[in-house]
Design a protein around this ligand. Structure first.
Ligand SMILES: [Zn+2]
Length: 230
C-alpha cells in the first residue's frame, strides 16, 4: 500500500510493506508530518527498511539526514544528485515557465547535507528489500532524478512531471527542469512501463495514460496562475 504524505510544499510517500520504505523526505520542517503518518500506521522510524530519494532537491531530501539518524535506514539516491545532498543545496533550478520564476525564491532553501549510503546509476532493485519493484533513472529535472516503479503498476515519479493545481488526474510540466529533452526521454521511459498510476512530488496523482497524452499532445495547458488553465 502506498500512502501519500503531504508536506509543506511537496509530497513524500510511505510504502507500507512487510518492512516499510519511505520515498522522499519532504522539505526541512516536514519531519513532524512524516513521523505522524508513520505513527498513524503503527510504525516507528526504526522499522523503515530504506529511505529512497527521487532526487536531491530540498523539498525531497530536506529531512533525510534527520530521518536516517532516527531510523538507522540507509539512504538510496542516484549518483547524479550526490553533489546536491553533499552540499545541502539545490544547485541549478531552471524555471520552465512564469510560475517557476515566481515560486523559485520560496522553494529554493538549503537543507542539512549528508552522504548517501547507496548510490546507483542505471537502476536499483527493491526485491532484496522485500518490495516488488525497482528504482529507475529518469533524469532531466535533475541529472540524478529517479522514479520508483512498483509491481502494482504504480510509480512515484518525483518531479519528472507534477500533478495539476486545479484538475484531478492531470499531469503538467514541473515548474523546474534542468534538461527538458532528457526529461522528455524519461517520460517516454515511464510510459513504456505501462503504468496504471503516477504519484508526483507536487499535487495529486494521475493515471499512466497521462504520460502518453503528454507525449502526443505536448502536454499542457500550462499556466494555472488564474486558478484555471488558459
Ligand atoms: Zn525537484
Amino acid at each position: 500500500m502506498l500512502v501519500r504524505i503531504k508536506g509543506a510544499i511537496s509530497n513524500c510517500y510511505l510504502l507500507v510493506e512487510k518492512r516499510p520504505v519511505l520515498v522522499d523526505t519532504g522539505a526541512p520542517g516536514d519531519l513532524k508530518r512524516i513521523l505522524a503518518v508513520l505513527r498513524s500506521h503503527g510504525l516507528e522510524p526504526a522499522q523503515l527498511a530504506l529511505i529512497i530519494l527521487t532526487h536531491g532537491h530540498s523539498d525531497h531530501a530536506g529531512c533525510a539526514a534527520e530521518l536516517r539518524r532516527r531510523s538507522g535506514a540507509q539512504i538510496v539516491l542516484h549518483a547524479g544528485d550526490a553533489p546536491l545532498v553533499r552540499t545541502g543545496r539545490n544547485g541549478v533550478l531552471a524555471p520552465q515557465d512564469a510560475l517557476g520564476r515566481i515560486v523559485r525564491p520560496f522553494v529554493d532553501e538549503e537543507f542539512e547535507a549528508f552522504e548517501p549510503d547507496m548510490l546507483f546509476r542505471d537502476g536499483f532493485s527493491l526485491e532484496p528489500h522485500g518490495v516488488k519493484g525497482s528504482v529507475i533513472a529518469t533524469p532531466g529535472h535533475t541529472s540524478g532524478s529517479a522514479s520508483v516503479v512498483l509491481g502494482s503498476g504504480e510509480a512515484v515519479i518525483g518531479d519528472v512531471l507534477r500533478g495539476s493545481l486545479v484538475w484531478p488526474n492531470k499531469a503538467r510540466d514541473h515548474y523546474f527542469c534542468n534538461d527538458p529533452e532528457l526529461n522528455r526521454r524519461s517520460i517516454v521511459r515511464l510510459a513504456r512501463e505501462g503504468l496504471l498510476r503516477c504519484h508526483p512530488g507536487n499535487f495529486g496523482s494521475f493515471p499512466g495514460s497521462e504520460l502518453h497524452r503528454f507525449l502526443t499532445t505536448d502536454g499542457n495547458e500550462v499556466f494555472e496562475l488564474s486558478g484555471r488553465p488558459v
